[in-house]
Design a binder for this molecule. Structure first.
Ligand code: GLN
Ligand code: ZN
Length: 760
């Protein structure tokens, strides 16, 4: 007999950027000084109200509160507990201080560097890495957080506060070594307890506390800290739901199940045996099952999920809660906005708002029985059948061509030493060659032109003429600055993945499918729904044109197979490896065409290379093998005298340096400024054999670097990389900056390179 009490449903978090990226526009207007703080607050309020309304309308029992942030929830947590770097001086928990942590600060002519950014586990969200200081007291400053809770509970008394757990917060911080961070757990837990007591005063009962690190391979000391830390968090009337996500608990099931909390949330998409977890759980505890994949844009097979849930429901009754696997932060807001997508695709999509509906359906299916949701189940199955029958979903010829890729070990025609000699004979670069990462400022005129072309207000010839004049301008500017290796500036690209996806078969594009990347920055990943194939050259005309304007080498600019894969929403009926190989095959064709067109340097960006790493070490080798192979498959077609560059941002390299070396790019440019060049140690310690361009200034911050700062960084690099293999470049592409920032910064960079060359 179906159980009749309604099940509790909840979400761990929700997109905070708002419909049509309302938060982005409000933030940027405020930062520019075009809008007041009041206006910004009003936008935030409206977004949060909408989130609550969405949950209530969909019948979700416990909407989240406190997951919202005007910039980043990890930095918010740092401010909440007074864990901010000394270089900023005392920092109260205010909005402007949050922005200072994210964007840096300039006061009295002095630049204060922002916090570093890092990928949030294996997602494409970047958090600000808290920097802990020695002898730093914990100071709870909770007004801003409590205001959010009060606001939400006035609208919905079931709103459930969300906190990043103390141990995950410490794990994700830096500044102190691992044991010094862990030593802070006790004091931090006491501050959490004070906060929980304040929540209790507001009438809160359930609080969600995120400890995603329980899905990682943790050192024993950290595992052992859980029990005592959570003992300290006990507060009368407050029930804690401990959440874990992005992976299974694996060896940590017993630990997590026994912690002194009232409920445990697990990622069911990564957990094979749900019953085994339920078996371990003391019978007063709630088990929140993250049954829907919180990062998948595809509608779930609800019938199959119901089959998984039914035995759990029988066992747990209303101690079973249902949720998506993780915060929905990583999904776009609403598939209903995508009226321009073909029906065969749109009907199969489930973004954040649709996930709420699916969640509700699952709860009803369990308690009211299959028949209650039969209509929706049938619709879902029919929609999927239509998609599977779509031409382009499976291209048998392409499948046959790419099937053998896993059996090959593709390699360039000669080893690096021979290639570099051939390349030096061709390009005759000076020592410490200067270059940039690819994009130049995307001015309002450029965006306007792209938009006008998209909306058919200007024709292809007009658009091409405008882009060419832009390219000519960028080439001229780079020559004037004195750079050695130029780029065409990427004016024609809205986004480094979408641009390629638009020209490849198998991709589709949303209008409003934005996902927050960091701060006000959002990305709009394309959807890979069919087999990926290149039917014509994608970049060759622009590259050839740019090269025709100058005697200096201009790098052709491509996005690599791994990055295109990870920055897209990928079909769920084919392995990632297989999709990646299809993309690599397409790029291989493009590289051959570029080389044949006389383009002597080709950069294949792989900023997402590390992001693809599975969370647990045991799964790394398999990923690294296919990811490296796909990259090599793409670039190995290039003749020896074609110089292959690659670029990666915000990565740690020490534990994957072998694979980085195995990519065998002639030059790799990386982001190193925020680590004060320490990331280079991995390359130095490994005796990395090829050339490296460590970024010598941070392009994410608006401050213009001084020559002294740049020179200091180049000297740090020279201490780690032999001069004949060192390049000089910024950390990343310049598209978000203005010319007023870029020109003096690059001039300073070139001046330093020239001065150092003269000394050598
Ligand atoms: N070539 C790209 C650019 O310069 C690289 C961007 C990135 O690494 N994310 O914008
Ligand atoms: Zn980058």
């Amino acid at each position: 007999m179906p159980h009749s009490t309604p099940l509790i449903t909840h979400t761990l978090g929700f997109p905070r950027i708002g419909d049509r990226r309302a938060l982005k526009w409000a933030l940027e207007a405020y930062w520019r000084g075009d809008d007041t703080a009041d206006r910004l607050h009003a936008t935030g309020h409206a977004i949060r109200q909408q989130i609550l309304d969405d949950h209530v309308a969909a019948g979700i029992t416990r909407p989240p509160v406190g997951d919202f942030s005007f910039y980043d929830h990890v930095a918010d947590t740092a401010l909440l507990f007074g864990q901010t770097p000394r270089r900023f001086g005392p920092m109260a928990n205010t909005l402007d201080n949050l922005f200072a942590l994210g964007r840096g600060r300039t006061a009295k002519g002095r630049n204060t560097a922002p916090l570093a950014m890092k990928k949030w586990l294996n997602s494409n969200y970047h958090y600000l890495v808290p920097e802990l200081e020695t002898d730093q007291p914990i100071m709870l400053d909770a007004a801003r957080y409590l205001d959010l809770v009060r606001e939400a509970r006035a609208a919905s008394s079931k709103a459930k506060p969300v906190l990043l757990g103390p141990l995950s917060f410490l794990w994700f911080s830096r500044g102190l070594d691992e044991s010094a961070r862990l030593a802070r757990a006790e004091a931090l837990a006491d501050a959490y307890r004070t906060l929980l007591a304040k929540l209790a005063e507001l009438g809160v009962t359930w609080v969600q506390i995120d400890e995603p690190i329980l899905t990682l391979d943790l050192p024993l000391a950290w595992l052992q800290a859980f029990e005592p830390t959570y003992h300290r968090l006990r507060v009368p009337r407050i029930k804690l739901l401990l959440t874990t996500y992005f992976g299974d608990l694996n060896g940590n099931v017993a630990l997590a199940a026994q912690l002194p909390v009232d409920g445990l949330h697990i990622d069911a998409t990564a957990t094979a045996d749900l019953i085994a977890v339920a078996d371990r759980l003391p019978d007063y505890k709630v088990l929140s099952v993250g049954i829907l994949d919180g990062r998948s844009i595809w509608r779930a097979d609800l019938a199959a999920l119901l089959d998984r849930l039914r035995p759990l429901h029988t066992r747990l009754g209303d101690r079973l809660w249902l949720a998506p696997s993780c915060s929905l932060l990583h999904l776009p807001l609403d598939a209903e906005s995508e009226s321009e997508l073909p029906d065969f695709l749109r009907r199969n999509l489930s973004f954040a708002r649709q996930k709420l509906q699916e969640l509700r359906l699952l709860a009803r299916g369990l308690t009211e029985g299959w028949n209650a949701i039969a209509l929706e189940l049938n619709q879902t199955a029919a929609a999927r059948a239509t998609l599977d029958a779509q031409p382009g979903r499976i291209d048998p010829q392409l499948r046959a061509e790419t099937a053998t890729i896993p059996q090959h070990s593709p390699a360039r025609p000669a080893p690096f030493s021979a290639r570099s000699a051939a390349q030096q004979a061709r390009f005759r670069l000076p020592l410490l060659p200067t270059t940039t990462i690819g994009s130049f400022p995307q001015t309002p005129e450029i965006r306007q032109a792209r938009k006008a072309f998209k909306n058919r207000e200007i024709n292809a010839a007009e658009y091409e003429a405008q882009m060419k004049s832009e390219i000519a301008e960028v080439i001229r500017a780079q020559e004037a600055i004195g750079l050695d290796v130029l780029v065409h500036g990427e004016a024609e690209r809205n986004d480094m993945v979408e641009y390629f996806g638009e020209q490849l078969d198998g991709f589709a594009f949303t209008r409003e499918g934005w996902v927050q990347s960091y701060g006000s920055r959002c990305v709009k990943p394309p959807i890979i729904w069919g087999d990926v194939r290149r039917s014509r050259p994608m970049t060759v005309d622009w590259a050839r044109y740019a090269q025709s304007l100058t005697d200096r080498p201009v790098k052709g600019m491509l996005t690599g197979p791994v990055t295109i894969l990870f920055w897209s929403f990928v079909r769920d009926d084919l392995s990632r490896e297989a999709v990646c190989n299809q993309i690599a095959e397409a790029l291989r064709g493009e590289i051959a065409d570029l080389a044949a067109a006389g383009i002597g340097m080709i950069q294949v960006d792989e900023p997402a290379f590390r992001e693809g790493l599975p969370l647990r070490r045991k799964d790394w080798p398999s990923y690294l093998t296919w990811a490296v192979r796909a990259f090599r498959h793409a670039v190995s077609i290039a003749p020896s005298d074609v110089q292959i560059h690659t670029h990666m941002c915000y990565s740690e390299f020490n534990d994957i340096i072998e694979s980085i070396a195995a990519l065998d790019a002639d030059v790799i440019t990386i982001e190193t400024t925020r680590s004060n060049m320490q990331l280079l140690d991995a390359f130095a310690d490994f005796d990395y054999p090829n050339a490296i361009g460590p970024g010598i200034y941070d392009i994410h911050a608006p401050q213009i670097p001084t020559e002294a700062e740049i020179e200091a960084r180049v000297r740090l690099a020279l201490a780690r990389v032999p001069v004949e293999r060192l390049w000089i470049n910024p950390d990343c592409g310049l598209k978000t900056r203005s010319w007023a920032e870029v020109t003096p910064a690059l001039e300073a960079m070139v001046a330093v390179a020239q001065r150092l060359r003269a000394d050598l």
